[in-house]
Design a protein around this ligand. Sequence first.
Ligand code: ADP
Ligand code: MG
Length: 644
Amino acid sequence: MGKTVKKFETEVQQLLDLVIHSLYSNKEIFLRELISNASDAIDKIRFESHSNMELLEGNADWKIKLHADKEAGTLTIVDNGIGMSMDEVADNIGTIAKSGTRNFVAALKEQNATDNPELIGQFGVGFYASFMVADKVTLKTRKAGGKEYGCCWESTGDGSYTIEECEKEFRGTEITLHLKDDMKEFLEEWKIRSIVKKYSDYVQYPVVMDVTRSEPVKDQDGKVIEGGGTIENTAEETLNSMKAIWARPKSEITEEEYEEFYKHISHDYDKPLSTIHYSAEGVSEFKSIVYIPSHKPFDLFLRDHKKGVHLYVKRVYITDNCEALLPDYLRFVKGVVDSSDLPLNVSREILQEDVQIKRIQKNLVGKILSTLAEMKEKNPDDYLTFWAEFGPVIKEGIHFDYANKEKLQDLIIFESSKTDKGKFVSFKEYVERMPESQKEIYYITGVNRESVENSPYMEVFKKKDYEVLYLTDPVDEWVVQALHEYKEKHLKAIDRGDLELESEEEKKEKEAQKEEAQKEYGTLLSFIQETLKEKVKEVRLSSRLTESACCLVADEMGLNANMEKILKAMNQEVPEGKRILELNPDHPIMQVMTSMYEKDKGNAKLGDYCELLFDQALLTEGSPIKDPLRFTKLVSELMVTGGK
Ligand code: ADP
Ligand code: MG
């Protein structure tokens, strides 16, 4: 097959233009990216070779080799990893398929990133980072177990690349950067040495370079010969320590090292929010470092989100997404687990069922949840950041992780009628500050703080000065259903059923008042109910309202307005349920309607008023009314008569 010229995807080209023209100061990260790719490629062939030794072709001396050629002005990175086939090269290096770069492109579209070169540092651009320092990049690769021929890819980053078959003796990948004129410092030994130390020290495979030293000439016994001159000696030197960071004592690891390791395994370019370095001993023995990121990936709620922690067995890489190590609701956690109990030849299928893995999971989940609890106590600001990013995912846990329900319920926080906007209260704090007279935990669900704050259901709670939790995340409906109660305090929706807010005495008094009102308004209530029978299940007097004339409430078991909205948004069938219309006995409308009714039962206006009451109730809770035209017509008529 001859040479083919192909165009980059538009998005790749946008990215490349940005990389090439950006003023981003931290250009040295290109080397970290290439070394990390080489290390990933070696990880992959090591894993594959557990089940197919032939892939190795007798070459298992794992190594990432750097070669600086000052005359040619090139820096070459060579690995003996898995390599790529022709198709893989076109797929991996010509399109934006991977999440890190997609995140970057999304951010690019949102804000003008050319004005903000630091963005590149935040997101990283993987392989494309090469173009920050090189004006031409040549990649030669041969896939393990593949054809005899390799593949050669080349580009100057200006719209297109070429791809063709080529000779390549050894398996693996070789990337040659033709450095830009002002980037020649990356050919200097000291420079390369310091970059490797800084970013890639923990990489598991030797990163080597031929280093030439001039040494004094020595005699046979190794003694320096006086006046004998010097001789150039070239030897391969390993630049990184290769120590598995998780196996080292905590006290010896610096903040920067933890951070660099996080970036290496997570492909994130921000610092993590929290680092958990943890060794378990006893029934299950493992070492781990896991991280809580400081922001969520764009695909956290998409089905193909790649979750999982890297799994090693006795320092040997097994997989970079061992899903069974963490439950779904902790899918944002990144890190490594190195187990001493699993067999080296464990297969990915077996991992799902393995009891050792289940033990590790249990242990790790406990550790993560207690770290979060501690963060909530001691670093409330960090916890708020965490909650804003991952709160909705943690709430999923309430549903799925029954064993940890107690711990999870204490991690959940909500805004409430007693917090400012953006401030939160936990169930624990809520219960602690409940007045003695209050028996239940009250909440209201809705689309946002503003809508629930001003809803008529809140009136009586404002009067009583009881705190109401604002549940404005769609998953909250499921959270309260799954929780049901907190420390034997029932969770009660304030737009459902009877509230029973009164003390025994108040209750008696209220009953008496209600009876009185019932006598006064009983026939009117039956009339309204008859008129609205297609729309409401019942009409009754309310004890929730102090200002509004009316509201709609659901049965204890029924669907409230918010749940209806959520189900509709999910395209789910919503059962046609009728709700209860509650009227405020102290509202002047009641007297007006009663006297209209007593004067003339057949007054056509009475029917209109019933409709208006019902529509008002819908509007105040933020639901659409069926016939807005008729509603406005009635209101206009009222304005005309009222104004006369
Ligand atoms: P990422 O490493 O985040 O996936 P990169 O842009 O760094 O993104 O690399 C893109 C893809 O190209 C990799 O996922 C891998 O499939 C492939 N690749 C890059 N470098 C190598 C290499 N040295 N050996 C084999 N495959 C590689
Ligand atoms: Mg990479």
